[in-house]
Design a protein around this ligand. Structure first.
Ligand SMILES: NC(=O)c1ccc[n+]([C@@H]2O[C@H](COP(=O)([O-])OP(=O)(O)OC[C@H]3O[C@@H](n4cnc5c(N)ncnc54)[C@H](OP(=O)(O)O)[C@@H]3O)[C@@H](O)[C@H]2O)c1
Length: 242
C-alpha cells in the first residue's frame, strides 16, 4: 500500500495528481484543502484552511495517521495562492504578505516537519514533493510575495534534503516546478491589470495560443516522476525536464 498525502486536491494540479494516483488500487490518497471534490473508496479528505495556522496545528494529527503497512509514504505540498497582484508600496495591504507566506511556506513547512517526525521510525520509502514555480527563481513584477514564497520553498527543500542526507534516512525532498498549467491560478493571472503586472499579455497569449498544459497532462508527468524519483539527483526539478 502506498500513501500519498496531497494538499490542494479540490481543483487544479492537486486534484489531477490525486485522480491519476487513484487509478492504481494500491494507492491511497489523503487530500487536504478547504473544500472536497473527490469521491473514491481510497480517498480521505481532511478539510483545513491554511490561512488559519492555529487550526492547522490543532488538526495535524488527523492528517498524519499511523500507516503501519505503508511501503511508500509521500507528502505533496501542492496547495498555493498567488496573492494580490500589484507593486509593493502601491496600496498593497500589509497583511497580504502574511497570508501568502502562511499558505505557501509556513503550512508546507509544518506539514513537512510533522511528516518526517511522525514517520521517522517507519521503514517505508519516504518522499516529500513541494510544488514550487519558476517564479521562485527569477523576479516577476507584481508578484513579490508569490516569488518570495516559492524561493523560500526551494531553499527549505534544499536544507531539509541536506539534513536527511546527513542523517542517512534515505528520505528524498524535491521542489518541483509544474510549468504553466491551465488552472484557476492562471485565470487570476490573466485577469490582472497591465499597470500592476507588466507580463500579463504573455500569459493571455499562452491561453490564446493553447500553450497551457492541461492539469491531467501535468499530473501524468508528476506521477511518472513519483515512480522514478531515484533517477533524479537534484532537489530542484521541473516538469519541463520530465
Ligand atoms: N497553474 C500554474 O501554471 C502553476 C505554475 C507554477 C506553479 N504552480 C503551483 O502549483 C500549485 C497548484 O496550483 P494550481 O494552479 O493547481 O492552483 P488552483 O487551481 O488555484 O488550486 C489551488 C489549490 O490550493 C488549495 N488552497 C488554496 N488556498 C488554500 C487555503 N487557504 N487552505 C487550504 N488549501 C488552499 C485550493 O483548495 P481550496 O480552495 O478548496 O482550499 C486548491 O485545491 C500551487 O502551489 C501553485 O503555486 C502553478
Amino acid at each position: 500500500m502506498n500513501i500519498y498525502i496531497i494538499t490542494g486536491t479540490s481543483k487544479g494540479i492537486g486534484k489531477a495528481i490525486a485522480e491519476e494516483l487513484l487509478k492504481d488500487g494500491n494507492n491511497h490518497v489523503v487530500g487536504v484543502s478547504r473544500s472536497c471534490s473527490i469521491k473514491h473508496p481510497n480517498y480521505r479528505h481532511q478539510p483545513l484552511d491554511f490561512s488559519d495556522i492555529p487550526a492547522v496545528e490543532h488538526n495535524l494529527q488527523k492528517v498524519f495517521l499511523p500507516y503501519k503497512d505503508a511501503e511508500k509514504l509521500v507528502l505533496i505540498n501542492n496547495a498555493g495562492v498567488l496573492g494580490d497582484i500589484g507593486y509593493v508600496g502601491e496600496g498593497m495591504p500589509n497583511e497580504r504578505f502574511g497570508f501568502v507566506f502562511d499558505v505557501n511556506v509556513i503550512v508546507p513547512a509544518m506539514l513537512m516537519n510533522t511528516f518526517l517526525e511522525v514517520y521517522r521510525e517507519q521503514q517505508a520509502q519516504k518522499v516529500v514533493v513541494n510544488i514550487s514555480s519558476g517564479a521562485g527563481k527569477y523576479p516577476v513584477d507584481g508578484w513579490a510575495s508569490y516569488c518570495a514564497s516559492k524561493a523560500a520553498i526551494d531553499m527549505l527543500s534544499q536544507v531539509v534534503q541536506l539534513e536527511q542526507d546527513k542523517r542517512g534516512t534515505g528520505a528524498r525532498v524535491f521542489a518541483l516546478s509544474p510549468g504553466v498549467v491551465d488552472t484557476n491560478m492562471q485565470g487570476q493571472i490573466r485577469e490582472s491589470d497591465e499597470s500592476r503586472f507588466s507580463s500579463v499579455g504573455k500569459f493571455r497569449d499562452y491561453k490564446a495560443n493553447n500553450e497551457l498544459a492541461a492539469p491531467e497532462e501535468a499530473a501524468v508527468k508528476i506521477v511518472n516522476f513519483l515512480h522514478n524519483t531515484g533517477n533524479y539527483k537534484e532537489v530542484l526539478v521541473s516538469v519541463r525536464d520530465m
